[in-house]
Ligand binder design. Sequence first.
Ligand SMILES: Cc1ncc(COP(=O)(O)O)c(C=O)c1O
Length: 438
Amino acid sequence: MKDTPIKRHLIDQTISEFQIVDFSKATIREVKAIAAKAEAASGVEFIKMEMGVPGLPASAVGVKAEIEALQNGIASLYPDINGLPELKQEASRFIKAFINVDLKAEGCVPVTGSMQGTFASFLTCSQCNEEKDTILFIDPGFPVQKQQLLVMGQKYETFDVYDYRGEKLQAKLESYLQKGNISAIIYSNPNNPSWICLNDEELRIIGQLATRYDVIVLEDLAYFAMDFRENLSTPFEAPYQPTVAHYTDNYILLISGSKAFSYAGQRIGVSCISDKLYHRSYPGLTKRYGGGTFGTVFIHRVLYALSSGTSHSAQFAMAAMLKAANDGEYNFLDEVKVYGERAHRLKEIFLRHGFHLVYDNDLGKPIADGFYFTIGYPGMTSGELAKELMYYGVSAISLVTTGSHQEGLRACTSFIGEHQYAELDRRMSLFAENHPLK
Ligand SMILES: Cc1ncc(COP(=O)(O)O)c(C=O)c1O
């Protein structure tokens, strides 16, 4: 076997220093820390694909509006707990413009990133009915959301959607919902980590079952309209970002400033509660709070208790970004399309050297090129592949941590620089030589 770019013992030693027994379960932060240490010790640059953070400059529209708001003195004032009226209005328009759904401004609630949106949603949904004490994940998914439930002491169930695409989703979902303990269903679309996109047939199944079994759908749109196979970027014109909102009234749409607007640092998003859900009362909420509807409890009880609202200046930024997008003055998707171009080039390199895409299609259509993709190598488990690639200076996380039952890794395109493609090609060529396919 030829020498690897990073000495094996250096990685092995770092892994044992971190006391990681099973590398398939290493978290994103651990993989990042090991890569950083090995990089410093070896002087060899890592090709870093483990972190899902934006690698692009923040939207200039947002930065300008936020600076102006600060200069106008808003920092000293508590923000309105319901949210900045302009932001609520623009979020409602954004939903009409890019999803073609009517949702009143009242239900569009600023949060300190979708992370807080899901935390507040999990909490509120879990308190609606005593017998519904479990969240269902359509996995693979974003690992921190399960951690949120762990932190709050709530139960969850999960299944890997890999084998249940299309109409197969119906019976699978129903097998959970029939038990009567599910309060909410969560998934991301496009999906972190696999970049599969649930289509209208699947969203209809989810929506209809949500109505039948009276559960709330948490549709995580962190990668809003980033299915680059279609041009979803023209406001008030089809095609639109697909959504479950067409098929049920029980939903919350979680829109994030982090990826679509590269605004992760300011922790801003909008949780958009359907008109019907906003005004609905639930026995569990009435008992606990002495009254209130889903929407008012979400805002005046839960968000108030968590952070008393969302950073005032960041709300001005988000309002300006949404407004410029709604007015057709700012094509936010143009700025992030580069992730898709990177994915295309990276996938080509991996596939040429014997790797395969793990989640490779949407009901027969090749998946889109986007922020993430998933790779596997014949005969290797997720943990083996993740560790082996570290010897080649390539860091990525195992799919095990995402609730996937498939063997492989999640690769993120956000940190890839132009000079790294040729280097990746060389390293994967050596990898293939050292691991000949049978
Ligand atoms: C699926 C998904 N949801 C939510 C988030 C977090 O979004 P925010 O930065 O708005 O909290 C991420 C970030 O990686 C994500 O991948």
